[in-house]
Write a protein that binds this ligand. Structure first.
Ligand SMILES: [Zn+2]
Length: 505
């Protein structure tokens, strides 16, 4: 009896968010979506607040791609990927496959416009970095979406405002024309011209709360910023979030507080999740027990759905006894995700996980992912309704878990003790790196990023730890910039296995 009502509710949110259109962080659409979600949270009596943060906003001014084929030059339609570098280049188009391992390419990609295939299991930022290392002059990403649709996305690796070379998205049909000509031995040349500007962006996390018997919180989140309409990514996550919150209205106070967050800026650099980590975990020292993230949870024609969670005992009974895991083909430890995706966890909880918070996230793909066709009809509403019911049971169980089962650290994570001190105009960040069993890690790659005004990168330093797992990273002659200022320290072998955040203010 409740199922049709639930589906109606989910569809209403999807359509309301779709009517707003593109919700890229810092845009007018994102601003309107934040207002809409604030109103919905008020109606659910979640006493919402808005956390605002600042970030470098990447804007495309113009882009042209002219391809010379069969002795004729013609424009190809393209879209600039977020955080793309600017520049003008003329050169051959070369096929770089998945750009996973380019060692067999020698220096053949030097100065080329390298075309890569979109790969659901390899993040485009990793492909982009690999191409830069191989000396490519630009990246042309062949979309995997139907027809000739462009697939957007960010190629940002860390916190840089933009990357080193231009990065464009091509439709699959256009990519096929180029691939066939090149495979037939025909040289294909192209010229591109990309102009970008870095402006000032303001992001907004919308946060609501249900008080618990105890002060400790369980956080449930979903990012609302989107490329285009973004119904599967991530209108569906937001619709589920609102329905989950609504289910608590008639219920008694839960044992722990429940915090509902609509994150902003996920698509750009996971800004919303990181702002939450800084403000509520690091600065606010709020007792946050666990974070659940609803990311692209339902799409018609999805290849696979994944569930990933940190190795905390608290998840075991709620996930396994409520049927939640059965909705996912893959149920993997969170530590495996960066190994698959080239070192990153491409969703809101990356920083929270690396900082040691128990986390769980859904993930999924779909044929229209990051295209203009990602509209409400692409969401599998029956699956989404099942997911809301299963996650509601999961939450009901999770709030009954004893505090101790949330304790400890993911067994795959390291520790990075970090201290920052100002010394005659120099900021020195002293770090000690240990693995999960507290053994000092020599030769670990340690990175410290100094930020001002929330997410503006002032400078980045890298070094390797010594025999005792120690290293000091110095920021000499770096202007401190406006508050709030933070240092993020990551350490690992091939990718970050820990992230320690220090507030400097
Ligand atoms: Zn997403």
């Amino acid at each position: 009896l409740r199922r049709p009502l639930l589906i109606e509710g989910l569809l209403r949110t999807l359509e309301d968010l779709a009517a707003i259109g593109d919700k890229r962080a810092g845009s007018e659409g994102a601003q309107r979506a934040a207002g809409y979600l604030h109103d919905r949270f008020v109606a659910l009596e979640l006493s919402p607040r808005i956390d605002r943060f600042h970030f470098p906003r990447h804007e495309t001014l113009s882009s042209i791609l002219e391809v010379e084929l069969d002795g004729q030059s013609r424009p190809f339609s393209c879209e600039v990927l977020e955080a793309s570098g600017a520049g003008r280049h003329k050169g051959p188009i070369k096929l770089a496959g998945r750009a996973n391992d380019l060692s067999s390419f020698g220096n053949s990609l030097q100065g080329a416009l390298a075309m890569v295939e979109r790969d659901t299991l390899l993040h485009r930022s990793t492909q982009y970095q690999n191409l830069i290392t191989a000396g490519a002059a630009a990246m042309l990403m062949a979309s995997a979406a139907p027809g000739n649709l462009h697939q957007l996305g960010s190629i940002r690796r860390a916190w840089e405002a933009h990357g080193a070379i231009p990065a464009l998205s091509l439709g699959a049909r256009d990519a096929r024309i180029l691939r066939e000509a090149i495979n037939a031995g025909q040289p294909v040349h192209a010229a591109l011209d990309v102009a970008v500007r870095i402006g000032h962006g303001v992001g907004q996390n919308v946060i609501g709360r249900i008080d618990g018997e105890r002060p400790e919180q369980i956080v449930i989140g979903a990012h609302y910023d989107t490329w285009y309409i973004g119904s599967t990514d991530n209108g569906a996550g937001v619709a589920a979030l609102l329905e989950l919150a609504a289910r608590w209205r008639p219920r008694a106070r839960p044992p722990y507080a429940l915090t509902f967050v609509a994150w902003d800026g996920e698509e750009l650099a996971l800004y919303g999740g990181y702002d939450f980590l800084r403000r509520h975990v690091i600065v606010g020292r709020e007792p946050i027990l666990a974070v659940l993230d609803l990311e692209t949870p339902s799409s018609h024609g999805a290849e696979a759905y994944g569930l990933a969670r940190s190795s905390h005992a608290a998840w075991e009974r709620p996930v396994e006894s409520t049927g939640a895991a059965e909705l996912f083909v893959i149920d993997a430890p969170m530590a495996l995700v960066p190994e698959l995706f080239g070192g990153v966890i491409p969703t809101d909880i990356q920083g929270l996980y690396r900082a040691g918070t128990p986390v769980l996230s859904t993930a999924g793909d779909g044929p229209y992912y990051h295209t203009v066709e990602d509209t409400p009809d692409k969401v599998d509403l029956h699956r989404l309704a099942e997911l809301v019911e299963a996650f509601d049971r999961l939450l009901l169980k999770l709030v009954q878990e004893p505090l101790l089962r949330f304790a400890g650290r993911d067994s795959g994570l390291w520790h990075a003790e970090a201290r920052a001190r100002f010394d005659e105009g120099t900021l020195a960040v002293e770090v000690v790196v240990r693995d999960a069993s507290s053994r000092a890690q020599a030769g670990a790659e340690v990175t410290a990023v100094l930020f001002h005004d929330h997410f503006h990168e002032s400078a980045t330093r890298r070094a390797r730890s010594n025999e005792d797992g120690r290293v000091t990273l110095r920021f000499d002659g770096v202007e401190p910039g406006a508050a709030p200022r933070f240092v993020h320290v990551t350490a690992g072998r091939t990718h970050p296995l820990v992230e320690t955040v220090i507030s400097l203010d």
